[in-house]
Each structure stands twice: as structure tokens, then as C-alpha cells.
Design a protein around this ligand. Structure first.
Ligand SMILES: *Cc1c(COP(=O)(O)O)cnc(C)c1O
Length: 970
């Protein structure tokens, strides 16, 4: 590269310096090379990325840059190569000590079947997919998620399950609000069983407080009068089977007693135990919740794993999150899609059932495949073996055992000896749970061996406990109903069958391994293999979140460094990594604001100003944090209407709590007035929540913590390379300025964080995927990160320029620039020709592309975000497809094709369109090979496997578990 190359100079010199070495990682991560970038910059009319930064980013917020290193990023380490980065991660991994964990509390050892680990968890066809909003090119993961829903519904004995929740504790909190919405009982008291996992209780308590729900903790026990329910009114009960103490009770008397008191009841249920015991759904429970972690998903120091929530039919429409359903396509064939999408926060905003958006799709798929691989009898065998091991431990401990009825966890009374016993076991390589000075709990799982049982008993025996007193181990198997009877749980029991099933499903989907996914607001960029590799290393994957700190030094060091780097990048003082999605970050950030006002004696500050253009999670999170949402208008050009903002600030006076503002705006524009907006809110005593989901336009360019934000969440699954997983996992850390730091999330089992305001089940949320972001930042370094941002902005502007003559670009900032994404306005075209955004989105699948974001934030538009990772050929192929589609629209407009029978309305087209009758006014070739045959040099085509899906039909005829095989025959 020459020194007048358009690429920032230090990236230049580092690759030039190493003449023989491989390119620096940034050259692998950023799609356009120097020549391509030069052409992109030429089209958009700037000479260099630095000039683009000067022109597109408002000077009032831009960081100063010296030698390609922006001010804020000076603290980042120099970039390392891929090899060096893996060596650094290996060093950190080696600082962790993996012992056999028998701690329990919702996290258990499990064997991820190799065929699932390699072909799902480590396979980009699965992990780089997007949320299945374009169902015609997502049938594979939709089927896998339907299996997940069927598995959960069957095992819990409930009618309907969603796919999925963020973890067990947040699922319990969602059960709390779901029951409140559904009940006719006027009380706002909720009874919570004292035997819940402590983290579940902490999350429930945190969520309850701003909503004015009063929590009453009670020891529930079927042996007690009225099962121990307290006097007075309450609208719901939350219990857990088995309890944190391992105690296993019948659900039936608890359910009956709750209903007797006119309360609904939600039961936290261990799914492995459910293979043996009568599930709560069969005895009338209203809701079940829990985790599917022990179904093949490594503990990963706390996450990610899929939580679950299942309900009786009457509550289906109250279910938060995503629900996969069955419908039919234009040819009448069975097809899957997301049901009842209008319930999602995107549309319902402050009236949403929940703020959950990104869920845990990848992990839900792993759990479902684990159930398919083992089948009902295999799961039952695992459960029996687990119970048998626990039984052997209980027999050995004799009269020290506290509860004779248990599934996997034995609680032992060990007066004064608990600490020593836990130490002795630890010396033998096993971690037990120290309950208190007099009690130890031992949790068995799929991985518990005979040796482990001996080690545990020896640890107790050495302290004179377990010397033969009697304990009667109760017979617990009383489940009589069948489960997992669908062929999905019987047909893939050999490795060959499973391998082919996984391949056949992923072949139906378009993920980043086949095409760019130009989804505005979602930042579908490269998820590099080097970033992904460490997450399945046992030293990260097999850590229990509550393992002794001394055994987790490596991951803790990684978390600490990463938090510092993110603080530097965002300009904030402190960062919490606990929130496990953007939505949870929003909620945690708003809680911090709430606590700050309360601490200042400003309890009345409860108004949250949110621009009309905001992401739907913003309003939903504000409601969860106990705030009242007031919408601020946007101007014609998409910017926040500063006059309306001023009026609303004046109107609400000292009730103003916060404003939530996305930057760059959800319209993809750097609003120059951002500093005035922040100042106006601050002057009125409010706090500024800067939604940082769009940080891909800011990293290395401007820092929200320095241009007016008090708190932001970032989405590591957007800007920082954690793959989208088909709709999760995610990490939504928050950065705060110093005055909010005392109100960051805590955890009852992580003393270093304090024990207040718990928002996730695990202290560090989805810790096991943090090495991805760590590796990305380490490999890019400061100049690489800035280059990525500016390349993303350049590519977005390139697309805007190339398409401007064909589709109007809705919003631009001063000087006509967009930020990292652009909105194409189809409303006029739709009015003139009848062709809709839907038609264009589906038609893109025929061209081999995933559609951009549809109708967000403006109905009737497409929002395109190319990211920095796509090279010029892919950008051009996308633009060419969009331009060709425009020509097709014109033919409809000119009357050459009828509006209800043309390649757009008929899209997408499948291989079946190639045979049989054809009575359309366009040819089969036009239908399936719109850009020409591959042999003529056209881009490789990915075939959709179903035609346009009828959404309304699916919502009217709601089917949310695997349909019987006959349904496919029709
Ligand atoms: C993606 C996004 C969110 C929500 O993040 P999740 O991880 O899906 O919960 C919030 N705000 C904006 C602007 C987003 O783009």
C-alpha cells in the first residue's frame, strides 16, 4: 500500500512492516481491500476514510485522532495476530481450574454430543443466522425451534412453550408479570417459595420493586396446613421443583392450594427430573419455567443457555418472546413461521408483554437436538442414572441427609463440619456447595461417575459423617404420561441420522456463510473463526458460575480487561457485563437511573421521554423500570423534534427521569443536535440513556460517555462479533458514568458485585461468549476498530448512492451523509404500483439474498446495513439485485405484469416451480434465475424451500408444537 492509500495509515504500516507475514487481522475482517475502498470512496466523493469521518460525523462529538488512534482508544493494547491472540486466550484458559462441579443451583455438568457440538455450536450455518423474521429462508431453524417448544411443552405437561427465554431467573420474573397480566385477582402480592434458587429470587425481587409488586417469601411444604401459604390476598405463587435444597415434592397439593386461594401458580421445573416425575402441567399449574442448560449446553461460567416458559392454552397470547408456529405457503404446503408477532415489543412498545427481543436460539436448538439425539428413553436413562448416583450418596450419608425425597441434589446436615468437607472434596477434584456452616449440598448430573461418588463420600467420611445411619431414599418415579412421542425425537438417534438431519435443516436457511445479511439495526458482520474457537475449550465451557474465585482466575481476568476496554471505547467510567441481551442492558441502565433519583430524594422523577423512532425495546424497558413513557415527536427529516422535546421537558418539570435516545438514530443518521438534546435533559435534572446498539457507527469515532450519555448498553452480538445465533445468544453490557456506578447490577452469590439489582441468573451473564469480543478487540486494536467503523459508514453511503436513483433514501444527515445504515423508501412505489416491501424482501431471496430490515423504524421501508465485512463484489451484487428488482417493479407499474401475478408477488420461488404446470405471465427462468444462470457467471443461488407463507392463517390456526406427520402429506 502506498502512503496516500485511503486506509488509515497505521493499519498500513503494520501490514507493510511484515512483508512475509500474513495480513493483519483487520485486513481479514474488513471486506473491501485498498483498491475496492478507493472505488467506494470515489463513488461517495471523499478521498480517504479520515475525510469521510470529518464530513459524516458531527464535529461536536467526534474524537480527536492522532496517528490513526482516536483519543478514547489510546488505552487499548496493540493489535495481536490471530496466533498471538489464541496464545493469550490459552494463557487465560490455563489460569482456570476445572473441577467436577457438584454445586448445582441450576447449573449442571452435561455431555454435549460431539455431532451437535461440531455441527451446530461450531457451525457457522447455524451460529451466523439471523432471527427468523424471513421465514421462507429460515425453515431449518424454525423447525428446530418447534422441536424445542414441543420438548418443553411435553416435559412440563403444559400446552404451549415459547422459544426461548434468556435464562431461568428472567423466565421466572416473566412468569411473575405474565400471571399479573392474566389474573383477575386485584392483589399485587406474590408468594415466592423460600426454596427457590437464590439468583432466581434475586431477579424476581429486582423486577418486582419498580412494578409495585410485593414479594412475600414463604416456606411452602405440602405437609403443612394450607401448604404454608401466608394469610391475606396474593395474586400468584412461584415455587420450584426440585427446590434449591434438592427437596422434591409433589406439585399437585401446591397447585390446588394456590388455586383454592384464587392465585395463579408458576413452577420452576428441572426438565431432567420431569422425565421421571408427574409434571406440574398435568396437575393444573398455570405456568412452568426453567432452564434447558443440562440438555447438552456447557455451563460456560453462567451462560448462555436457553431458559424456557410454558403455559396453559388460555395464556398463549400472554407469552412473552418468540413463538414458532405452523402455517402454510402459497402452494398450500406446511411451513413454519413466528406466530403472533404483533405481540412483540417492536410493535407494542410500552404496551408490550415484555422487553425480550434477542433470545437464546442457538442454545435452544442445541437442547432440542440433545433431546432428539437421546429420545425419551435415553433422557429417562440419564435421569435414572443421575438419581441413582444421588441415591448412593444419600445412602452413604445416612442420617445426615435432610430430605429423603430428592432427584439429583442431596442436602446433608454436617454440624460445624461443612467448610472442611467442601475443602476435602475440593482436594479430591470435586466442588460441593457450601450452604452454611452446618450444611453441604451435593448435586449429581449426567457426568457424575462412580469415582465422584466415592470422592464425595470420602470427603464426608473423613469428618465422621456418613457412618451408616439410616436414610430411606424415596421412590420418586410417578410420571405415567408419555412424552416426546413425535418422530422428531425418534428418527435421529444414530450419529449418521443426526448429522444428516442437521445438514438438511441448515441447508434450508440463509446465514452469513452464504450471503450478506444487510439488516439495518442488527449489524450482521463477520464472526471470525479465531474469535469463536476458545468458547468450546473446556477451561471456559466447563466452569460453574459459582465455582470458587480461585478456580476462575483466567475468565475473571478476561472479564476485567474486557470491561476496561469497553469503558475506553465508550468513554464511560464503569461497565457491567451481566445483562445477557440489549433489552436487559436497557432495563439495567434504567434501573440505575431510577436508583440514582431515589438516592437523591427525587422519587417523583418517573417520566421517560422516548422519540417516536426508538426501538420498541426502549419503551418496554422503561415500563419495566417503573417509568411512564412520553413519546417525543420526530421531524420530517427523521431527527428528534427539539422543539417538542423542549416542550415535553417543560411540561413534566421535576418529574423528568430520563430520555432514551438512540445514536446514531434508528434512522441511520448522525443527528448534529445530540449535544443540545443531552444538555437540555441534564439541565432539567434528567439522565440521558443513550441506546448504543448502533455502536458500529461510533467505535473509534465518538464516545457516548463523552458527548452526553450517562448510561448506554452496547450489543456485543452486533458491533462486537458475537454471532447472532439465529436469534440469540447476546450480551448487552452497560457502561455508566461514575455517578451511576453504585447502581450497577449485583448478585447474591458474587460478593465482589454487591447483592442488589440482579438482572441475570449468572453474575457475569453470558460469560462463555465473552472471549469472542475479547479476541476481536485484541486483534483489531485501536486503528483497526476505527477503520472498521469508517469502512461500515463508507459502505452504507456507497449503497445509498448506488441505489438513490432507484429508491429514495429516506433520511440523511447534514451534507447528505448516512451513518452505518440507510433507509430505502418504497412507499411511493407501493402507492403507484401495488408492489410492497414484502414483495421486494421475498424477491431478494430469489436473487440469493437475505432481505434488509423491513418496516422498521418506518413502515413501508427497507433499512440496509452492509457492515464493514462485505467486500465490494457482494455490495455490488446486492445493489444489482435491488436495481433489477426496481426494473421488475416498473414492469408491474407499466401494466406488463398484473399486480397480483408477477415475479415479485410470486416470490420466493422454489425448485418445485420448475416442474408441473406453469400458468403465470412470467417465465420459470424469470422466476428462479432472475440474475441469470450460474454458468453465465451469476452469483451462486440459495434456494428457498417454501413459497410465500400465509402469516394470518397461522395466527388464526395456532399450532405451536410439532405437527403430526400426516400434516405433511397434504
Ligand atoms: C437490537 C437493538 C436493541 C435490542 O437488543 P436485543 O439484544 O435484541 O435485546 C435495542 N435497541 C436497538 C436500537 C437495537 O438495534
Amino acid at each position: 500500500m502506498s502512503s496516500n492509500s485511503p486506509v488509515p495509515s497505521s493499519a498500513d504500516s503494520s501490514s507493510a512492516a511484515s512483508t512475509v507475514a500474513s495480513p493483519v487481522f483487520a485486513d481479514r475482517h474488513v471486506g473491501p481491500d485498498a483498491d475496492e475502498l478507493a472505488r467506494i470512496l470515489d463513488v461517495i466523493g471523499v478521498a480517504s476514510l479520515d475525510e469521510l469521518a470529518q464530513r459524516a460525523v458531527p464535529s461536536n462529538i467526534a474524537d480527536r485522532v492522532a496517528d490513526s488512534v482516536p483519543d478514547g482508544l489510546a488505552a487499548l493494547p496493540d493489535p495481536l495476530s490471530e496466533v498471538q491472540t489464541l496464545a493469550r486466550l490459552r494463557e487465560l484458559a490455563d489460569r482456570n481450574t476445572v473441577r467436577r462441579s457438584m454445586i448445582g443451583l441450576g447449573y449442571y455438568g452435561t455431555h454435549t454430543p460431539g455431532v451437535i457440538r461440531r455441527n451446530v455450536l461450531e457451525n457457522p450455518a447455524w451460529y451466523t443466522a439471523y432471527t427468523p423474521y424471513q421465514p421462507e429462508i429460515s425453515q431449518g431453524r424454525l423447525e428446530a425451534l418447534l422441536n424445542f417448544q414441543t420438548m418443553v411443552a411435553d416435559l412440563t405437561g403444559m400446552d404451549v412453550a415459547n422459544a426461548s427465554m434468556l435464562d431461568e431467573a428472567t423466565a421466572a420474573a416473566e412468569a411473575m408479570t405474565l400471571m399479573l397480566r392474566a389474573t383477575k385477582n386485584k392483589s399485587r402480592r406474590l408468594v415466592v417459595d423460600a426454596d427457590l434458587f437464590p439468583q432466581t429470587r434475586a431477579v424476581i425481587e429486582t423486577r418486582a420493586e419498580p412494578l409495585g409488586i410485593e414479594i412475600v417469601v414463604a416456606e411452602l411444604d405440602p405437609a403443612l396446613d394450607g401448604v404454608g401459604l401466608p394469610p391475606g390476598d396474593f395474586y400468584g405463587v412461584i415455587t420450584q421443583i426440585p427446590g434449591a435444597s434438592g427437596r422434591l415434592v409433589d406439585a399437585a397439593p401446591l397447585v390446588a392450594a394456590a388455586h383454592e386461594r384464587d392465585a395463579m401458580i408458576a413452577v420452576g421445573l428441572d426438565l431432567l427430573a420431569a422425565t421421571l416425575v408427574t409434571p406440574p402441567g398435568e396437575v393444573g399449574a398455570d405456568v412452568c419455567f426453567g432452564t434447558t442448560q443440562r440438555f447438552g449446553v456447557p455451563m460456560g461460567f453462567g451462560g448462555p443457555h436457553a431458559g424456557y416458559l410454558s403455559v396453559a392454552t388460555a395464556l398463549t397470547r400472554q407469552l412473552p418472546g418468540r413463538l414458532v408456529g405452523v402455517s402454510k405457503d402459497a402452494d398450500g404446503n406446511l411451513a413454519y413461521r413466528l406466530s403472533l408477532q404483533t405481540r412483540e415489543q417492536h410493535i407494542r412498545r410500552e404496551k408490550a408483554t415484555s422487553n425480550i427481543c434477542t433470545a437464546q436460539v442457538l442454545l435452544a436448538i442445541i437442547a432440542a437436538m440433545y433431546a432428539s439425539y437421546h429420545g425419551p428413553d435415553g433422557l429417562r436413562a440419564i435421569a435414572r442414572r443421575t438419581h441413582e448416583r444421588a441415591g448412593r450418596i444419600a445412602s452413604g450419608l445416612g442420617s445426615a441427609v435432610v430430605h429423603g425425597s430428592f432427584f439429583d441434589t442431596v442436602l446433608a446436615q454436617t454440624p460445624g463440619q461443612a467448610g472442611k468437607i467442601v475443602e476435602a472434596a475440593r482436594d479430591g477434584g470435586v466442588d460441593l456447595r457450601l450452604v452454611d456452616a452446618d450444611h453441604v449440598a451435593v448435586a449429581c448430573d449426567e457426568t457424575t461417575t462412580e469415582d465422584d461418588v466415592r470422592t464425595v463420600l470420602a470427603a464426608f467420611g473423613a469428618h465422621g459423617i456418613g457412618d451408616g445411619g439410616d436414610t430411606a431414599v424415596a421412590e420418586i418415579e410417578n410420571r405415567t404420561s408419555d412424552y416426546l412421542t413425535h418422530p422428531a425425537f425418534h428418527d435421529h438417534r444414530t450419529e449418521t441420522a443426526m448429522l444428516r438431519y442437521l445438514r438438511s435443516l441448515s441447508d434450508k436457511d440463509i446465514a452469513l456463510d452464504r450471503s450478506m445479511i444487510p439488516l439495518g439495526s442488527c449489524t450482521m458482520k463477520l464472526n471470525a473463526t479465531t474469535e469463536m474457537e476458545p468458547i468450546t475449550w473446556p477451561e471456559f465451557a466447563d466452569l460453574h458460575p459459582f465455582a470458587p474465585a480461585a478456580d476462575t482466575a483466567g475468565i475473571r481476568e478476561l472479564i476485567g480487561e474486557l470491561a476496561e476496554w469497553l469503558a475506553a471505547i465508550t468513554g464511560y467510567d464503569r461497565v457491567s457485563l451481566q445483562p445477557n441481551a440489549g433489552s436487559q442492558g436497557e432495563y439495567a441502565g434504567l434501573l440505575a437511573i431510577r436508583r440514582y433519583h431515589l438516592a437523591n430524594g427525587d422519587a417523583q422523577r418517573d417520566i421517560c421521554l422516548i422519540p417516536a423512532s426508538a426501538h420498541g425495546t426502549n419503551a418496554a424497558s422503561a415500563v419495566m423500570a417503573g417509568m411512564r413513557v412520553v413519546v417525543v415527536a420526530c421531524r420530517e427529516n427523521g431527527d428528534v423534534d427539539t422543539a417538542d422535546l423542549a416542550a415535553k421537558i417543560a411540561e413534566h418539570g421535576d418529574r423528568l427521569a430520563a430520555t432514551m435516545i438512540t445514536y446514531p438514530s434508528t434512522h441511520g443518521v448522525f443527528e448534529a443536535a445530540i449535544d443540545q438534546i443531552c444538555a437540555a435533559v441534564h439541565d432539567a435534572g434528567g439522565q440521558v440513556y443513550l441506546d448504543g446498539a448502533n455502536l458500529n457507527a461510533l467505535v473509534g469515532v465518538a464516545r457516548p460517555g463523552r458527548f452526553g450519555g450517562d448510561v448506554s448498553h452496547l450489543n456485543l452480538h452486533k458491533t462486537f462479533c458475537i454471532p447472532h445465533g439465529g436469534g440469540g445468544p447476546g450480551v448487552g453490557p452497560i457502561g455508566v458514568r461514575e455517578h451511576l456506578a453504585p447502581h450497577l447490577p449485583g448478585h447474591p452469590l458474587a460478593p465482589e458485585l454487591g447483592d442488589d439489582l440482579t438482572v441475570s441468573a449468572a453474575p457475569y451473564g453470558s460469560a462463555s461468549i465473552l472471549p469472542i469480543t475479547y479476541a476481536y478487540i485484541l486483534m483489531m486494536g485501536a486503528p483497526g476498530l476505527r477503520r472498521a467503523t469508517l469502512s461500515a459508514i463508507a459502505s452504507a453511503n456507497y449503497i445509498a448512492r448506488r441505489l438513490a436513483d432507484h429508491y429514495p433514501v429516506l433520511y440523511t444527515g447534514d451534507g447528505g451523509w448516512v451513518a452505518h445504515e440507510c433507509i430505502l423508501d418504497l412507499r411511493e412505489l407501493t402507492k403507484e404500483t401495488g408492489v410492497t416491501v414484502d414483495d421486494v424482501a421475498k424477491r431478494l431471496a430469489d436473487y440469493g439474498f437475505h432481505a434488509p430490515t423491513m418496516s422498521f423504524p418506518v413502515a413501508g421501508t427497507l433499512m440496509v446495513e452492509p457492515t464493514e465485512s462485505e467486500n465490494l463484489a457482494e455490495l455490488d451484487a446486492f445493489c444489482d439485485a435491488m436495481i433489477a428488482i426496481r426494473a421488475e417493479i416498473d414492469r408491474v407499474g407499466a401494466g406488463q405484469w398484473p399486480v397480483d401475478d408477477n415475479p415479485l408477488r410470486g416470490a420466493p420461488h422454489t425448485t418445485e416451480c420448475l416442474v408441473g404446470e406453469w400458468d403465470h405471465p412470467y417465465t420459470r427462468e424469470e422466476a428462479v434465475y432472475p440474475s441469470g444462470l450460474p454458468s453465465s457467471g451469476a452469483r451462486a443461488k440459495a434456494w428457498p424451500t417454501v413459497r410465500r407463507i400465509d402469516g394470518a392463517f397461522g395466527d388464526r390456526n395456532l399450532v405451536c408444537s410439532c405437527p403430526p406427520i400426516e400434516a405433511f402429506a397434504d
